[in-house]
Every structure is written in structure tokens, then in C-alpha cells.
Write a protein that binds this ligand. Structure first.
Ligand SMILES: Cc1cc2nc3c(=O)[nH]c(=O)nc-3n(C[C@H](O)[C@H](O)[C@H](O)COP(=O)(O)OP(=O)(O)OC[C@H]3O[C@@H](n4cnc5c(N)ncnc54)[C@H](O)[C@@H]3O)c2cc1C
Length: 472
């Protein structure tokens, strides 16, 4: 009888470095590395669009670091694992814990199915600094407000684990199956946007590390204030790597926490804390991607207009900072956080479209599309989330652009048709004198849209809708 083996079941931890599940699997003996694309079980929360593209390249890079010993299969995870365990004399399956509700349900199913075959199912925490079930209020209930969650819950809990060394992959076992292979997962669409998006990224574990080092050298000093300015290099752009697990949160945390504390460092760590908070919310509220966290918002009257949503998606609203953000997203698969807040406020408040319409578009187009962060952040901006921005705080996209893109560098990067406008003419071209527009070659309604709506009137209408909701 062949010696007992383990399976390392990769999911959102596509890396060798600081991967406790992979290390434990390899420490136990010969190991089969497996990735399973299980669209059916994921349902509405399966990878689509840009994150599918990212996943393809992340798996390609992982397969190469594992010297080709990665078995990529498509289908029902429980059935595939059961069959692999039976065929290859597997005693244990190792995986990293994920907060997505469909995965939590599936983990239970896998655990039971494997137990029937006498196979042990081990889950380790490779994707979060703290186990979501460990950070609770003193009375045991989950936190709903970020600051006490982070300050009282996380920072007073056990310190996050220090990063582990890269696993020695010498004990990986090569398995050949005709149905296996990254190409067979059909993650790529073959459309031209894929090449355009890829130009902005190096989708590998090595790429993640480079991104972190560049940020530590060039972005961290000045982060606290600079992170608000979309044309400045004061953000890490680590989110897609964290989302797919090409770098661990512990690696990122300790790279900064090991330095002298400064307001910039502390602020950066607290943003990593927001990632923990969103996942904690999702863990305790499995309907977060679909339902308002605040029940009173079920009475809110959203407008539902597919044409309006389409113009927003295409970056054709006529409001330059909004359109620049939507074009950044389309071109690169990413959008700066400040601009995410502006476009989300504009969609949910000025245009009064449901936050789910925005979240769905982000889910399709972001390379960092993450169920916890996306759902919690959209609800936060829309006012119906946990610890949310109050609904009546409606961003004025013109003053936001004046403040955070004062030279218009960001807007002009993504809207070259406006590059000869400046100052307020650039931020609100509909108010610019006709002659300035003519001199800049801008013809409103022809080569750049007229605004879809009046900002002041739509703000007033949104506030009225909010008051009406409160009265119900
Ligand atoms: C409407 C909306 C939708 C969003 N959707 C997503 C999403 O799908 N996936 C996603 O990862 N983030 C999402 N965010 C949060 C945030 O915009 C991104 O995490 C951030 O812009 C990523 O850029 P960065 O890595 O340079 O961030 P940095 O500023 O360098 O922060 C470092 C890390 O901290 C975490 N982080 C930072 N801000 C937040 C936040 N507000 N909430 C949770 N974690 C945070 C991320 O993991 C990020 O990589 C969304 C925000 C908004 C307003």
C-alpha cells in the first residue's frame, strides 16, 4: 500500500511564503497541491471578469513556483476532494479559512464527507491577522463599530503571528490527470481589455513583494494624508495580492509594525484593520452582500434605471472626477479609494441607484473584488452599513476634485479629452465659459458629455428620500 499523503487545497492563499496550511501539509509528508474552481457552489459570488483574469495569472505563477506540481481542476470541491483522497491514499486535507459564506457552508460539507472516509480536514488561519471568531465584544457579541473593534478588540488581543519562512516544496507529489490544467479552467475571456488591465500589474508572489517594497520605500512616509490624493504614490496597491493571497496580511503588517511607530505607519496598519473588520462583519452577517446591514433602509426608495447605471459604468456622467474614476477602473482593474468613495456616493445618492448595482459592477471589474471589503464598503458609503458614513453626508464631486486633485493630474490621465481645461473649468465643465471650452477643444454633448443631473437638485432629492424613509 502506498504511503499516506496529504492534500494542500489552495483557495485564497496562492503563495508559498507565510502559508501555514501549506507548511503543515508538507510537514506531514508527501503532499498533493490542488486548486479547484467551483463556480456552481460559489453561485453569484464566483470569480468573474477582472478577478478571473487575475486568478488565471496567479495560478500560473503558483504552478511555476511549485515546479508544475499544481493540480487545477474544475467542479464540485467536495466530490473532487473525496475522489482524490480515495484514489491516492490521502489521510489529511489542509486549507486556509475563508470568510465567504458559501465557502463556510462548503467547508462543513467537505468536513463531513471526508470524515466518512476517515480523512481529517484541517483549517488554518493564513488569510487574516486574527480569526474572525476570536474578536468579539467583552459580552461575546460581534463588534459593529470599527474603532472599538480595532482598538479594543484587535490591538489588545494576541499579537498577529510573525511571518513564516517559505515552505520547502520538496515533498510535493506530481499527479497527472487528463482533465487537469489551468487552461481547462477557462478563466480568460480572450477579450482585448485583458491585455490592457495586465499592463498595470505583475501578477505573482514576486510581484506582490516588489509592490510592498516599493510602497515601503516610496509611499509609506506621507501615507496618512497622501492616501487621499489619487495622483500621488501614497497607496500600496496591495489589495489584489491580499485578496488572492499572494501576500499574507501578516507579512504586510509586520513589514510596517516592525518600524518605529509614526502617524503614517499607524494609519496604514489601521487600514489593514478595516480589512479585518469587513471580514468580521461578513463572518457574522452572511447576508451582507445582499441585504442592508441597517434594517431601516429596507424602506428606502431607490431609483432603478439601467440606462443611468450604464452611463455611470462607462464613465459618461459628465462629472470629470466620477468619469475619471470609472475609466481608471475599466483600464486598470483598480480604482483609488478616495475616488471609489466619490463614485459610490454619486451613484447611491445623487443618482439614487441601489448600492448593489454599484457593488455588482465593482465585482465584475475590480482585480481586487473581495466579497467582504466590497459589500461592507458599498454599504458604508450608501449609509446603510455598519459604522457607515451618515446618509446625509453627500460628497460634492466638484469640491472633492478641487481638494484632492487640485492640479487635475488624475482627471487628465483618464480623460485626455479634457486635458486643455484647468481649474474649475476642468472640475465642472458645464459651468465653464463657452470661450474656455472652445479654446480647449471641448464640445459638451459631443466629445464630452453634458452632466446627467444637477448636483444641487439631486442632493436635495436624495435628502428628501432619506427623510421620507425615516418617516415610514
Ligand atoms: C465602494 C468601495 C468598494 C470597495 N471594494 C473593495 C474591494 O472589492 N476589495 C478591496 O480589497 N477593497 C475594496 N474597497 C476598499 C479600498 O478602496 C481598497 O481596499 C483600497 O483602495 C485598495 O488599495 P490599496 O491596496 O492601495 O490600499 P492601501 O491604502 O494601501 O491599504 C492597504 C490595504 O488595507 C486594506 N484596506 C484599505 N482600505 C480599506 C477599506 N476601506 N476597507 C477594507 N480594507 C481596506 C486593503 O486590503 C488594502 O490593500 C472598496 C472601497 C469602496 C469605497
Amino acid at each position: 500500500m502506498a504511503s499516506e499523503k496529504s492534500i494542500m487545497w489552495f483557495r485564497q492563499d496562492l503563495r508559498l511564503k507565510d502559508n501555514p496550511a501549506l507548511r503543515e501539509a508538507l510537514a506531514s509528508g508527501p503532499t498533493i497541491a490542488v486548486y479547484i474552481l467551483d463556480d456552481e457552489s460559489a453561485g453569484d459570488h464566483q470569480h468573474i471578469g477582472a478577478s478571473r483574469l487575475w486568478l488565471h495569472h496567479a495560478l500560473t505563477a503558483l504552478e511555476s513556483s511549485l515546479n508544475g506540481k499544481l493540480l487545477c481542476l474544475k467542479g464540485n470541491s467536495t466530490l473532487i476532494l473525496q475522489s482524490l483522497c480515495a484514489q491516492h491514499n490521502v489521510a489529511s486535507v489542509y486549507s486556509s479559512f475563508c470568510c465567504e459564506p458559501w465557502r463556510i457552508r462548503q467547508d462543513e460539507e467537505v468536513r463531513e464527507a471526508l470524515a466518512e472516509q476517515n480523512v481529517q480536514f484541517h483549517q488554518l488561519n493564513s488569510s487574516f491577522l486574527w480569526w474572525p471568531q476570536e474578536i468579539n465584544k467583552p459580552d461575546g457579541s460581534p463588534y459593529k463599530v470599527f474603532t472599538p473593534f480595532y482598538r479594543r478588540g484587535c490591538l489588545t488581543a494576541k499579537q498577529p503571528r510573525k511571518p513564516l519562512l517559505t515552505a520547502d516544496t520538496g515533498k510535493l507529489v506530481q499527479i497527472n490527470m487528463p482533465e487537469a490544467g489551468i487552461a481547462k479552467l477557462r478563466l480568460l475571456s480572450g477579450k482585448s481589455w485583458e491585455e490592457r488591465v495586465l499592463k498595470s500589474w505583475q501578477v505573482s508572489e514576486e510581484g506582490a513583494e516588489k509592490q510592498l517594497l516599493t510602497f515601503l520605500k516610496e509611499g509609506l512616509t506621507g501615507y496618512k494624508n497622501g492616501r487621499n490624493y489619487p495622483s500621488l504614490p501614497h497607496i500600496s496597491k496591495l489589495s489584489p495580492f491580499l485578496r488572492h493571497g499572494q501576500i499574507s496580511p501578516n507579512t504586510v503588517w509586520w513589514a510596517v509594525a516592525n518600524q518605529e511607530p509614526t502617524p503614517d505607519n499607524d494609519h496604514f496598519l489601521s487600514e489593514i484593520g478595516w480589512r479585518e473588520f469587513s471580514n468580521n462583519l461578513l463572518f457574522h452577517n452572511n447576508k451582507l452582500p445582499e441585504e442592508n446591514f441597517r434594517a431601516d433602509f429596507s424602506q428606502f426608495e431607490w431609483e432603478e434605471d439601467p440606462q443611468v447605471i450604464k452611463r455611470w459604468q462607462r464613465g459618461e456622467t459628465g462629472v470629470p472626477i466620477v468619469d475619471a474614476g470609472m475609466r481608471e477602473l475599466w483600464q486598470t482593474g483598480f480604482m483609488h479609494n478616495r475616488v471609489r468613495m466619490i463614485v459610490a456616493s454619486y451613484l447611491t445618492k445623487n443618482l439614487r441607484q441601489h448600492w448593489r448595482a454599484g457593488a455588482n459592477w465593482f465585482w465584475k471589474t475590480l482585480v481586487d473584488a473581495d466579497l467582504a471589503n466590497n459589500s461592507a464598503s458599498w454599504q458604508w458609503v450608501a449609509g446603510c452599513g455598519a459604522d457607515a458614513a451618515p446618509y446625509f453626508r453627500i460628497f460634492n464631486p466638484v469640491t472633492q476634485a478641487q481638494k484632492f486633485d487640485p492640479e487635475g493630474v488624475y482627471i487628465k490621465t483618464y480623460l485626455p479629452e479634457l486635458k486643455r481645461l484647468s481649474g474649475n473649468d476642468l472640475f465642472a465643465p458645464w459651468q465653464a465659459p463657452q470661450q474656455s471650452l472652445l479654446n480647449a477643444g471641448v464640445l459638451l454633448g459631443e466629445n464630452y458629455p453634458k452632466p446627467m443631473i444637477d448636483l444641487a437638485a439631486s442632493r436635495k432629492a436624495a435628502l428628501a428620500a432619506y427623510e421620507a424613509m425615516k418617516g415610514k
